[in-house]
Design a protein around this ligand. Structure first.
Ligand code: G3P
Ligand code: CA
Length: 232
C-alpha cells in the first residue's frame, strides 16, 4: 500500500500546520501527517518558518516568542499556532505523526516530551517518524531513542545517501520528488528502506514518482492524492 502523508496537514485547503489542516487530513484517513517543529522560548511550536512573518500576523523569530505571545497570534482563519502537545492530543494513534525538526533546540527536552507522551499512552512508538535536514540531529536522535523511526530527509541525493540512511538504521528516506530516480529507489529498497517523495500534488507528478517505485508521498492535498493513487 502506498502511504499518503498530509504535508503540513491538509495544507492545500487549510492553513499549513494548523489543527484544522490536521483534522481535515484525519477526515480522509491519511496514513500519516507531516508537521514542522520549531522551538519557541518555552515550548515547541508547529510552524514551518523560523520567522513568524509569512504564516502569521506576528513579526520576529519564533524562538524569541513565548508560548503566551504565540497564543495571541493568528496563523490563518483565526486559528493559533499549535503546540506539539496540541498535535499529539489531536492525532493520538489515529495516524502516523512525522515530525520534521526545523530549528528545534534543547533536544534532550524534546526527547523527554516524546517519552512522556508515549508513557502516558497518548501516542505510540510505531506511529512516530522523526525527520530533519540536519543529519547530525538524526544521528543524535537515533542514539537517544533507538526505537524511533528516522526519516532521513534530503533535498537532493548526496553521494552514498542510501548507505548513510542504512547505517543510521533509518526507517525511511524522504526526498524531493525532483531528485528521485529508479536506481536510487532500488538501492534504498534493497537496503530495507522505505522511500517517500515530497511534495507531490499533481496527478502527473504522482504517477511519475509511483512509477519510480516510491512507497509513499507527501501531499498538500491528501484526498486528491489518494484518489490519484487509486487510479494509478
Ligand atoms: O518533510 C518533507 C518536506 O516537508 C520538507 O520540506 O520545506 O516543506 O519542510 P519543507
Ligand atoms: Ca516539512
Amino acid at each position: 500500500m502506498i502511504q499518503v502523508f498530509a504535508h503540513r496537514g491538509a495544507s492545500g485547503n487549510h492553513p499549513e500546520n494548523s489543527l484544522s489542516a490536521i483534522s481535515a487530513a484525519l477526515d480522509v484517513d491519511v496514513d500519516g501527517i507531516e508537521l514542522d517543529v520549531q522551538s519557541c522560548h518555552d515550548d515547541y511550536a508547529i510552524i514551518h518558518d523560523t520567522w513568524l512573518d509569512r504564516t502569521t500576523n506576528g513579526r520576529g523569530m519564533v524562538r524569541d516568542a513565548t508560548r503566551e505571545m504565540l497564543n495571541a497570534l493568528d496563523a490563518g482563519n483565526g486559528e493559533g499556532i499549535p503546540t506539539l502537545q496540541n498535535v499529539f492530543d489531536l492525532i493520538g494513534t489515529k495516524a502516523t505523526i512525522n515530525l520534521e525538526l526545523k530549528h528545534t533546540y534543547s533536544l534532550d527536552k524534546f526527547v523527554q516530551y516524546i517519552e512522556n507522551n508515549i508513557n502516558a499512552g497518548v501516542i505510540e512508538r510505531s506511529q512516530l517518524i522523526l525527520s530533519s535536514f540536519d543529519h547530525h540531529q538524526l544521528v543524535w536522535l537515533k542514539q537517544k531513542l533507538p526505537w524511533v523511526k528516522i526519516g532521513a530527509l534530503t533535498a537532493s541525493i548526496p553521494l552514498n545517501y542510501a548507505e548513510f540512511a542504512q547505517k543510521l538504521h533509518a526507517y525511511s528516506i524522504h526526498m524531493d520528488k525532483n531528485f528521485i530516480n529508479h536506481e536510487f529507489v532500488l538501492d534504498a529498497k534493497q537496503r530495507g528502506l522505505q522511500v517517500y517523495a515530497y511534495t507531490v500534488d499533481k496527478q502527473r507528478d504522482i504517477e511519475l514518482v509511483l512509477d519510480m517505485g516510491v512507497d509513499g508521498i507527501f501531499s498538500n492535498y491528501p484526498c486528491h492524492a489518494k484518489m490519484a493513487i487509486n487510479r494509478f
